[in-house]
Design a protein around this ligand. Structure first.
Ligand SMILES: [Zn+2]
Length: 384
């Protein structure tokens, strides 16, 4: 039995989510737990832990009351709840962390705890497969980055995502050593040879980067290295990758990981902010039929399945109502405006809106900007 569930340190890659998707538990149940560890919601570390404790207790009771489970399966699931709770307990209050997604099938040796910088709704699932849509919902909030650190004979390729960086490849191409050459002609030849080597090295790194992009399609690219050689290297990149470059850093290839991570977190934040700003401007410039400002307009557009992208101010919470028949969201109660059915209350109507938008393949961005205040923290661009 696993003793402890460690927080995942690497980048939550597409490949990894795909692997989880393919884990089959039948006839046994697999545990997926999403912890809401958002300090902005709960307050302090102690309050986060109490909330997690209550959620774990609920989950245990549910497992105990499930008649269909064998004793062995029940024991395993209860132990897994303990592990997941312990992971949440220790993760609570960690800098930048707002949610934790745990997937446990300890009998299949699959156990993961992914710390996330985005808010998650507290929920759990006991199904024959892992339930991944809330994770995908969280991953939708950002785009992966590729990072290439390059020197004349070395390179490191990283993936960066959700505040984490992970080294994927290290490349070392030996350049001929510098030796004393007596005559001028020999010296010239040697120089030419050296330039040729560097050129080969750059071309090779560019090719490896392209292959990485094919398997983990990052949306943005950061280049780092000796300032003088970066422009030269950049010309070797595939034209498509050149267009993804959002930043150039003067850093050595062997920059410590903590420093790299800190730099990356700044860059990611900055890029997301710019992206939201751009989406907001596009929304303002759009024809008025494609604009939805404020909850009433956005909820109507959601019901019509017309949302292209949604901008939501984080931590805006309103009680609201959902129609169980046609899924229409409402701020106020009473019968459903579309179908007349009586509605169910939900504690956080914006979170419902986000979930519904993602289910419709709309893009969702949490954006903390005063521009949204005028519209109660929610606005959307419509498809038509
Ligand atoms: Zn309805």
């Amino acid at each position: 039995m696993l003793q402890r569930l460690e927080l995942y340190e690497g980048v939550l890659s597409r490949r990894l989510v795909h692997q989880l998707e393919n884990v089959r538990g039948a006839p046994e149940r697999l545990l997926s737990v999403y912890w809401d560890l958002d300090p902005q919601r709960w307050g302090d570390q102690e309050a986060i832990r109490i909330a997690a404790k209550n959620a774990a207790q609920q989950l245990r009771e549910q497992i105990r009351s499930m008649d269909s489970l064998s004793n062995g399966a029940r024991q395993r699931l209860l132990q897994e709840v303990d592990l997941a709770y312990e992971a949440a307990y220790f993760a609570a209050g960690r800098r930048g962390l707002r949610g934790l997604a745990c997937f446990l099938a300890s009998h299949l040796n699959v156990t993961y705890a992914f710390p996330l910088p985005w808010p998650l709704r507290q929920q759990h699932f006991l199904e024959e497969q892992f339930v991944l849509w809330p994770l995908r919902q969280a991953l939708e909030q950002s785009d992966p980055f590729g990072i290439i650190l390059i020197d004349k004979d070395e390179a490191k390729l990283y993936l960066g995502y959700l505040g984490e960086v992970e080294e994927i490849t290290y490349i070392f191409d030996e350049v001929p050593p510098r030796i004393r050459i007596p005559d001028a002609f020999g010296e010239l030849q040697f120089r030419r040879k050296q330039i040729e080597y560097v050129h080969h090295h750059f071309a090779w790194v560019a090719q490896v980067a392209h292959r990485l992009w094919e398997s983990e399609p990052f949306r943005y690219l950061i280049l780092g290295g000796l300032w003088e050689i970066l422009p030269q290297f950049e010309t070797h990149l595939h034209r498509y990758l050149q267009e993804l470059v959002v930043a150039r850093w003067a850093v050595p290839v062997h920059v410590p990981k903590t420093e790299l991570r800190a730099r990356f977190q700044e860059e990611e934040k900055h890029t997301l902010e710019q992206q939201s700003q751009r989406l907001w401007q596009q929304l303002l410039d759009a024809p008025s039929v494609q604009q939805a400002f404020g909850p009433e307009q956005v909820f109507r557009a959601l019901w019509q399945r017309r949302i292209w992208y949604l901008l939501v101010k984080p931590n805006t919470r309103y009680h609201g109502h959902v129609c169980p028949q046609c899924s229409r969201l409402h701020l106020s109660g009473g019968p459903c405006i579309e179908c007349g059915a009586s509605m169910a209350t939900v504690p956080d109507i914006y979170e419902e809106a986000v979930r519904e938008a993602l289910a419709q393949s709309a893009q969702v961005r949490y954006w903390n900007n005063a521009a949204l205040d005028e519209y109660d923290g929610i606005a959307a661009r419509l498809r038509y």
